[in-house]
Write a protein that binds this ligand. Structure first.
Ligand SMILES: Cc1cc2nc3c(=O)[nH]c(=O)nc-3n(C[C@H](O)[C@H](O)[C@H](O)COP(=O)(O)OP(=O)(O)OC[C@H]3O[C@@H](n4cnc5c(N)ncnc54)[C@H](O)[C@@H]3O)c2cc1C
Length: 469
C-alpha cells in the first residue's frame, strides 16, 4: 500500500463515502478505512431520507423552495443556537449534494410519498415545505451507489481496520495510525459516525439518552463508538453539539427499529399523568420525544381490544400476540373498563374517560380540532379514519423516548467542514463530517432526513476541501 495519500478518510458510512468520492473527483488519491467488515454504517441502516431545498424533485412536483427559505426555517427551529454561516452553507449545499447523488445513480422519483419507506418526496418532519427525499432502496441504495462511484474513481478501501489515532506535527494533522501502521496524508477526513454505542460517552455528551434506563435501545450501527471524540482530544479540537441527539418515542416493549418492531395501532390516544391528551399521536419524530419529555410524568398509549386484535402480523413487538403476552405478564396494563384502567395507570378516571369520549367524537369522524392529527394522517396517506376506542378490554402501554438513532456532539467544523480547535482556529489538515463533524445537527431535528442530509452534504464539502488542501 502506498503510504502517502492526498486524502485519508476515516469511516465508510454516508459521510466518509461522500467525502472519498468528492475528493477523488477533484483528482486526489484517496484511502478510506472502515472498521467493520462491511461499508455503510448507520447510513446503510437508514431510510436514506434526505432533507434538501430547491431540488429537481421538488421542482417537478411544483414545490417552491430555496436555500434561503430552508436556512430561515432551520435557524428558527433551532432557536438560532447554531452558527449561521455553517447552516447557510449546509442549506445551500444540500440541494446540489442531492442532485450529485442523483447524477451518480441514486433514484428519487418525482412523486408524493406518504412515509419514509416509499420513494419520492414526503413530509416526515416539521418542514415548512416538503423536503423529505426518500431514495429507492433507502440508505442501502445510497451506500451502494457511493461505493460503486468510489471504486470507479480509484478510491482504495480497506475494511476491518479501525483507525487508532491521528498523526500530527508542525501544528497540522499529517495522517493516521491503523493496525499499527502510520499512513501519511495531505488531509484527513474524520467520518467515523457517532457515539450511540458507548455508554460512557453518552453519559458525558448526551445524558438525556440514559434517562430511558433499561428501556434504552440503540439502533445506530455497531461502529458508532465515538472515535471522533478520542481523535479530537488528541489534537485539541473543539467539541460542539453537546447534549443533543435523536431519540425516538417507543412503547417500553419495543427493542428494534419500527421496521422490525412494528407500528402502534392507528386507533390510540396518548395521555399524560393527568389522563389528558397532549399531542398529535402521529406528530413528527423530529419533535414528539420533546413533547413527551415535557409532560414530566408517565405517558401512556391507550387502545382497545379491536386495535390490538387487528394489528398487522409480521412485526416483532407491535403484534397482537406479543401485546397479549405483555398484558398477561402484567407489564402492559389491561382492564375491563376505562375507569379500571385509569386506576391501574394512576391517572384520574374522569379525565381519562372524558379524553377517550372526546377522541371518539372527533377522530373517527376525521377531525381533531385541538391537535390536528387528521392533517398528519392525510399527509401520511392514511386510508380511512381510525375506529373508535370502545371494545373492552382496554390497554395502556408506557411510552417514552428510548430508541437512540444518532448523536450530535462531535468535532466543531466550519462551513468548509474544517475542524476548529478549542480557540476556534482551524486545525490544518483535519476535516470532519456526518455525526463526527458537529454544528449542523442541533437541538431540533429539522425535517425528515436531517442526519443523512448532513452526512452526505458535509461529507461532500469535506472531500472537496480536503482534496484542495
Ligand atoms: C435505523 C436508522 C434509521 C435512520 N434513518 C434516517 C433517515 O431516514 N434519514 C436521516 O436523515 N437519518 C436517518 N438516520 C440517521 C442517519 O442514518 C445517520 O445519522 C447518518 O447516516 C450518519 O452518517 P455518518 O457517515 O456520519 O455515520 P455512519 O453511517 O455510521 O458511518 C460511520 C462509519 O465509520 C466507521 N468507523 C467508526 N470508527 C471508525 C474508525 N476508528 N476507523 C474506521 N472506521 C470507523 C463505522 O463503522 C461506520 O461504518 C437513521 C439511523 C438509523 C440507525
Amino acid at each position: 500500500m502506498n503510504e502517502d495519500w492526498d486524502v485519508v478518510v476515516v469511516g465508510g458510512g454516508g459521510a466518509g463515502l461522500a467525502a472519498a468520492v468528492a475528493a477523488a473527483e477533484r483528482g486526489a488519491s484517496v484511502l478510506l478505512f472502515e472498521s467493520e467488515k462491511e461499508l455503510g454504517g448507520s447510513t446503510q441502516l437508514s431510510a436514506g431520507m434526505f432533507t434538501a431545498a430547491g431540488t429537481s424533485v421538488q421542482g417537478a412536483l411544483g414545490v417552491e423552495d430555496s436555500a434561503e427559505r430552508f436556512f430561515q426555517h432551520y435557524m428558527d427551529l433551532n432557536q438560532w443556537q447554531l452558527a449561521p454561516g455553517l447552516i447557510a452553507e449546509f442549506c445551500a449545499q444540500s440541494g446540489p449534494a442531492l442532485e450529485w447523488l442523483i447524477g451518480l445513480g441514486v433514484e428519487i422519483p418525482a412523486k408524493v410519498s406518504g412515509n419514509a419507506h416509499t420513494p419520492g418526496l414526503c413530509q416526515a418532519g416539521v418542514e415548512d415545505v416538503w423536503r423529505g427525499h426518500v431514495p429507492k432502496d433507502q440508505g442501502y441504495g445510497v451506500v451502494q451507489v457511493l461505493v460503486r462511484a468510489a471504486r470507479a474513481r480509484g478510491v482504495e478501501i480497506v475494511l476491518n481496520t479501525r483507525v487508532e489515532r491521528l498523526l500530527s506535527g508542525d501544528g497540522r494533522v499529517t495522517g493516521v495510525v491503523a493496525d499499527g501502521v502510520e499512513v501519511r496524508a495531505g488531509a484527513v477526513v474524520v467520518a467515523s459516525g457517532g457515539f450511540a454505542r458507548d455508554p460512557e460517552l453518552l453519559a458525558r455528551h448526551y445524558p438525556a439518552a440514559l434517562r430511558a434506563g433499561e428501556d434504552l435501545f440503540v439502533v445506530a450501527a455497531d461502529g458508532s463508538r465515538g472515535d471522533h471524540l478520542r481523535f479530537g482530544e488528541q489534537v485539541g479540537a473543539g467539541v460542539t453539539g453537546e447534549g443533543w441527539g435523536l431519540l425516538l418515542p417507543t412503547a417500553y416493549f419495543q427493542r428494534l427499529h419500527h421496521w422490525q418492531s412494528g407500528f402502534p395501532p392507528k386507533s390510540r390516544v396518548y395521555v399524560n399523568s393527568h389522563g389528558r391528551r397532549f399531542m398529535d399521536e402521529d406528530a413528527s419524530y423530529a419533535v414528539s420525544s420533546g413533547i413527551i419529555d415535557a409532560q414530566g410524568g408517565t405517558v401512556w398509549a391507550i387502545f382497545d381490544e379491536r386495535a390490538r386484535r387487528t394489528l398487522p402480523s409480521g412485526y416483532a413487538h407491535w403484534d397482537a400476540e406479543h401485546v397479549l403476552a405483555e398484558a398477561e405478564a402484567g407489564r402492559t396494563l389491561r382492564a375491563g373498563s376505562l375507569e379500571e384502567l385509569a386506576g391501574k395507570a394512576g391517572v384520574p378516571a374522569p379525565a381519562l374517560t372524558a379524553t377517550v369520549r372526546r377522541w371518539n367524537e372527533q377522530l373517527p369522524h376525521g377531525h381533531d380540532p385541538e391537535f390536528l392529527r387528521h392533517r398528519t394522517l392525510a399527509n401520511k396517506g392514511s386510508a380511512g379514519n381510525p375506529d373508535p376506542i370502545g371494545e373492552p378490554p382496554f390497554y395502556a402501554a408506557r411510552l417514552l423516548p428510548a430508541e437512540l438513532v444518532c448523536t450530535h456532539a462531535g468535532l466543531e467544523i466550519d462551513a468548509r467542514a474544517a475542524v476548529r480547535d478549542e480557540r476556534g482556529a482551524v486545525i490544518p489538515g483535519l476535516f470532519a463530517a456526518g455525526e463526527a463533524g458537529a454544528g449542523v445537527l442541533g437541538g431540533r431535528y429539522v425535517g425528515g432526513g436531517n442526519a443523512v442530509a448532513n452526512a452526505i452534504t458535509m461529507g461532500r464539502v469535506a472531500g472537496l476541501n480536503a482534496a484542495g488542501n
